[in-house]
Design a protein around this ligand. Sequence first.
Ligand code: MSP
Length: 678
Amino acid sequence: MTTQNKKFYVTTPIYYVNAQPHIGSLYSTLIADVAARWNKLSGKSTFLLTGTDEHGQKIAQTAEKAGKKPKEFVDSFIQAFKGTWHDYEIEYTNFIRTTDASHIKAVQEWIELLKQKGDIYKSHYTGLYCVGCEMFITEKDQVALGEAQTTKHGQGPNGQGTNGLSPDFVEKLEHIPEQGCPQCGRPIQAVSEECYFFRLSKYQDALLKFYADNPDFITPPERMHEVINFVKEGLKDLSISRTTITWGIPFPGDKQHVTYVWADALNNYITGIGYGSDETSFKKWWPADLQVLGKDIVRFHAVYWPAFLMATELDLPKKLLVHGWITVGGQKMSKSLGNAIHPTALLEQYGADAVRYYLIRHMAITHDSPFSIEDLEQRITSDLANDLGNLVNRILLLAEKYHFTRLTPPAITHSADQELYAEVQEMLTAFEADMHEYYFHRAYAHVWKIINRINAYVHAQEPWKVIKQDPDRCAAILSTACHALHTCAVLIWPLMPYKMELLLHALGMSITPHHDMFTELRSTAWDTTFTLSPLAPLFQKHEKSPETETAPTTSVTSKIPMTPEIPLITPITIDDFAKVQLIVGTIKTVDLVEKSDKLYKLSVDFGDFGVRQVCSGVRKHFAPEELVGKQGIFVGNLQPRKIMGLESQGMMLFASDAEGKLALTTVGREVPNGTRLQ
Ligand code: MSP
């Protein structure tokens, strides 16, 4: 491997600081973090740059509305961004602010350089501006989106006089207030101001050649086609300064102008690693291996940014990864639409890792994806608590029960073990291919398929039966399962670092960063000795509503027979215990529930507490006559809930063994119904 291949530099867009970060901002940042961690696993040194975009008209206006000075206003949000990234385990290497002195200086030097090259000239801009997008709206945008009935535009002189706008279009500018921004729909304004222009048009052919030579520059490829078409239609020079606002980097050599916010912001990708301040660092990390961005800012990154870099005579980034939007009710989640969900609100309830998992695994990265709490909860319950959590519990508990605290390598002589080994190897190949394309959601679907294969393997091998005749084989089954689980835990680490570190610790293993763990997983036989230790359940189930209980799930898992959960004991206080009202009741009747092969509807006599209806999913374990007339132990103060449309007013307790078989819980002698356990 060359030194070049041993480094990985990834960037996120820098965020406008006019509000706290929301799930959409978290999404861009998470993608970059997962990419960085995945590269760490592959033995590379990584640099993750993120930060805040603090200048421009939008920030200035919002600050004014808040009655604050722009700098004071942006300062008030920085901790929220840094804190959220920290809470969500985003390991950034540098957090750049465009108000940092080193960035301002480097941008000014960059402008001087381009001036010297003759790539910047002074002229006049008359046209439209969207403050929300901080974007000059070209005549072409209007035509393309059918927003304005402009005449067909010719190429015109690039940026001279009125920036090449056709006279008809200039006339139409009078009617602008009725038109929204073709990109975001928000109000736009007509501006007419003196500007410095960057000779973007000069780079049109070079850009087209670059796209042709680097067909993989943008993921997904559809975005590449849009960009090529946009450039082919002709590029006009780009205004890179403003005179109607003052909140920006002073334009060198002309006090009337401040730098256009995108010309300022895009340069963060080089100034954040040392351009203009630390050449060694800059040379080490540039060009970026991956730049993550949302689909709303493609033109800035795929056209303007490469042209800026060409003018600066710097290499271009290797890849732009364009993700879709997280939507709520079919609309982009955003601060301005007022439908933003804040990451901190989810943190306490679900934990960072579960949210990371949900956003990366269940949002198709290149498409828009809806976000819903119900879906999040369902995925946590099905994929994390049931599929992964149960597997972990099951292996660790069986090993503990049979006193296998050290599991030596399995011989892999049984065909079932060989099959599992081969499937894990195949999964590694498929996983790597998808990770290479940054199709994380697909890559992790392969891992979950294996998690369920391991579950099925343990289920089929029945170590709880084998232990009686052949303890060595039982240990080999558990060791085989541990090897497969260990592979999964390492691969899942970029997604859920904290939980996987806990799991790896329970297996006696760890992550060794900057060490090519992935190649190691692929090339080594299963020859690890695991030293196991107990682990509290990694994920909590979220109670399903009746709809989600019957709703079809896309989880690859649903067909695999699952053993019921075997929870480990985590200490609670006596006060916690006092909250649970355990009472004795006699089962009077047991009825089948239509359309369910699991559920019984019981009517239970609780004495003074009345006769109540209790739904219990034990049909596979007991015939009705095994239950009728029995006294059982129930949770009496569980909030009533609906199961398959029936109200359940209590929960009956059963004991589950390692094979998943249930035993009734009851009292040693008959007691009055309604007696409380204490
Ligand atoms: N400041 C510019 C970027 C400058 S980069 C040199 C900007 N900031 S932003 O705060 O508006 O958006 C930052 C990123 O968050 C963009 O990639 C955008 O796509 C992403 N998201 C904002 N809302 C989003 C969703 N609802 N869903 C997914 N990502 C979205 O643009």
